[in-house]
Design a protein around this ligand. Structure first.
Ligand SMILES: [Ca+2]
Length: 412
């Protein structure tokens, strides 16, 4: 049996983050090296509690949660004082008067970031290792193998790069949910939430992972999943009902009682536990539906995050299969830059490679992701941008996965 896929997830739950966590718990070939909970949708302390609560509800308190940075990078840099290097582009004044908070997304995700869900209070403490250090530890533990997925602001990863500039060469690949390219934003008129919250961190990450800077493999460019693509992923009441219906259905008898261990399928206790998880998820989504309706988008919910995680995992599986089956190992990195405009595919998605940078100083557009589609900058591509998603196919997959629930029990 192939070894597990090492994964580090940086999230800010957040309702679609919670769906991603649930999807992750349903994977039985993934080594969850760590989960960072980063301030974003709501404040860091609440985000951490939410991540713990969703895992607690699923009986997975064994997975470490690493508390992330409380403030965006530019705020943090300014707090460090003038002796500390300020990230490029972060020199302008961002620091608010004492007591001010960053702009959160409680309107979208509810005051506590979980909609109408009621999550259990954490019964175990968070890890004593910071989120930034946890990124480094995970990459050092799995050199050349770690898949990194960022579905919140990139603050922790940017700070991790301070601790270990080798990260881009140590990781297999980075997947980022964020940005809006030539598209109306979901936060400010042209900007997406994760990047808007901490544009300097995304800029720093893209710069560090740029193969021309890092010496990394150009054929494994960071993947960016922007909202003009991920908004095709609409959770609907009908899809949710189908998930809940399957979850509540009695055992169909396909699992023979004399089958060898490990048991595939959930015990009654496991099923009840996952049913509870899905019930709370439905309560969270009810709030999410209402927000999207209030925002004029209909009684649906855009669920960006689980797709990016699933895409990353499925890419890693395909990549591993190719590497082990090909007569010539095509997983070996190449040093040839990928031409701007190169089209590609990823699981459930079509992509275009392009140079990408972040607007840091625009008075109206700060946080906008900019792709140089026509090569005006004369730079090599530094990101593979998802342009279209086969949303129905993915939503079917997500629904089936969540309906089945975790394969293996982790009763503790
Ligand atoms: Ca998120």
């Amino acid at each position: 049996m192939p070894s597990e896929l090492p994964l580090f997830l940086d999230c800010d739950p957040g309702i679609d983050d919670a769906l991603a966590l649930g999807y992750l718990l349903c994977q039985d070939d993934v080594d969850i090296s760590g989960i960072a909970a980063s301030g974003g949708n709501v404040a860091t302390a609440q985000v951490v509690a939410n991540a713990q609560g969703w895992l607690e509800l699923a009986g997975r308190t064994d997975i470490p949660i690493h508390a992330g940075q409380s403030l965006p990078l530019a705020w943090t840099a300014s707090e460090r004082g003038p002796q500390t290097a300020v990230p490029a582009g972060a020199e302008h004044e961002l620091v608010e008067p004492d007591g001010a908070e960053p702009e959160y997304a409680d309107l979208t995700h509810g005051p506590n970031g979980a909609g109408y869900a009621h999550l259990p209070a954490p019964s175990v403490p968070t890890s004593s290792v910071s989120a930034a250090q946890a990124w480094v530890d995970a990459a050092r533990t799995h050199p050349g193998e770690l898949i990194g997925v960022v579905i919140g602001p990139a603050t922790n990863l940017a700070l991790a790069l301070d601790l270990d500039p080798e990260l881009p060469r140590l990781m297999r690949r980075l997947f980022i949910m964020g940005g809006a390219f030539n598209y109306r934003g979901n936060t400010h008129p042209t900007t997406e939430w994760n990047v808007t919250f901490d544009p300097e961190s995304t800029a720093r990450v893209l710069s560090a992972f740029d193969p021309s800077h890092s010496g990394g493999a150009p054929d494994h460019l960071p993947v960016i999943a922007p909202i003009e693509a991920t908004e095709a992923l609409e959770m609907t009441p009908g899809r949710l009902k189908a998930i809940l219906g399957c979850a509540s259905a009695p055992d169909n008898g396909t699992h023979r009682s004399d089958a060898p261990l490990p048991v595939v399928g959930r015990s009654a206790a496991g099923r009840n536990r996952w049913d509870d998880w899905l019930t709370q998820m439905a309560e969270a989504l009810r709030f999410y539906f209402e927000f999207h309706e209030w925002d004029g988008l209909g009684y649906i919910a855009h669920i960006h995050d689980p797709f990016v995680l699933a895409c990353a995992l499925e890419w890693a599986r395909e990549h591993r299969r190719r590497a082990t089956s090909a007569a010539v190992d095509d997983s070996a990195p190449t040093n040839n830059p990928i031409p701007n405009g190169t089209r590609g595919t990823l699981p459930w998605a079509e992509t275009i490679c392009a140079p990408v940078d972040i607007e840091l100083t625009g008075t109206l557009t700060r946080g906008e992701t900019v792709a140089d589609w026509l090569g005006r900058w004369g730079k090599e591509a530094n990101a593979e941008i998802i342009r279209t998603i086969d949303a129905q196919l993915f939503l079917d997959h997500l629904g089936e996965t969540l309906s089945k629930g975790p394969h293996h029990e982790h009763d503790i």
